[in-house]
Design a protein around this ligand. Sequence first.
Ligand code: GLN
Length: 482
Amino acid sequence: MEITELTAAALGKKIKAGELTAEDAVRASYEKIRRLEPVLHSFITIDEENALSQAKAVQHKIESKELTGPLAGVPVAVKDNLCTEGMRTTCGSNMLKQFEPCYSATAVERLKEAGMIVLGKTNMDEFAMGSTTETSYFGATHNPWNLAHVPGGSSGGSCAAVASGECFCALGSDTGGSIRQPSAFCGVTGLKPTYGTVSRYGLIAYASSLDQIGPVAKDVTDCAMLLEVIAAYDSKDSTSIPREHYDFIRALQEDAAHLRVGIPVNYFYKGLDPEIKKAVLEAGELLGKKGAFVEEFQLGLTDYAISSYYVIASAEASSNLARFDGVKYGYRAKEGETLSEMYRKTRAQGFGSEVKRRIMLGSFVLSSGYYDAYYLKALQARALIKQEFDRVFASYDVILSPAAPTVAPKLGESLKDPMQMYLSDIYTVSANLAGLPGISLPWKQNAKGLPIGVQLLGDCFQEKKILQAAYVLEQSRNRSKD
Ligand code: GLN
């Protein structure tokens, strides 16, 4: 077996046992990166020398038993909206094309403390706005399963890099589905934690009340391990929540006997690909066979999720992105006689059209004449959506649903109709509005060989339940392949 085919957990074990070194792992990853990047374009920035020097230092610490964690020596990729000291952090934008942060995000610091090696920064939709990784200033990422298709977005670079073996695992961010949807499109496992679980310090904000960093991995075990590395209370993030337990790996038990699973069938809209619907129902049946209590139910208020999400996300984005004015960070337009002209030209040239669309929409819904009609209404709908989930989670431990209504679309198809693209986020945005954890795992392939993922949502702080259900599904899926 090639080194790059190992899971992060298996690689970590081999490094610990002295069968491989951290340097071997980095070299193997870079060999793959050099071979695949010309066609995939998962990365915006790579730095082999830096990765090798990190590997040397880590290897030394592993040998001296200073580093003993299960992922020490494992190469990881990081989405390019997470600040990395000394390594450029572009957010997929012309605005930050040359931006080199003077500090690293807490999540990145925690990777390093665990002895993980940052290989580089992955491609993404500009400022994480999009569902295809096509709005990146640096060009689109391609889906490793079929290069004519998108990898999903906005963490498409991270998911394509994990799916292709360019890295062993990666960090992504999820504001409205950006970890779960590209994970489904690329056949990898991605988890969005409960809001407040992973520090957002050093994550360049899109919509602060929805953003959450999470793991993208080859399987459920790696996903739980990486979550255990990055999840922690952080006083630098005022929305960080101290949790009682962070032992996510313990949830990995093949036991569904006490799980109550709800399938929201009214949520299976007309636009849902029948093959995906079938896959979700099959996954439900399997959980039932494994002893879970499985039942169909009606989830209320789903009609309001997309509109509330796009109003709130755009409102917050318009405010967060006000800081990019040519003075404080990154790009500044050369022409411009007056200060306001410089602002205007900088923003006109620095941002791409999807970002401008969101800023305009956000400014509009926050403007005095429309605040009550749109922004406030969206906040009210959000509160009701949260209440609806509270009601549902009194009866179920996990909700089983699709991660996306379709498999990965072809490159160039989605951006033609942004409204249609927004609607395709229907299965993911509610979790962000309510702060819930969600995991997307590969279930099968469609007739054309593209991956189909299923999603499991849990109540706040119940990551272990969704990890356990995901683990049960994964183990049976793997056995059925043998
Ligand atoms: N597709 C959604 C959007 O464009 C979600 C993005 C995300 O989660 N970062 O807003």
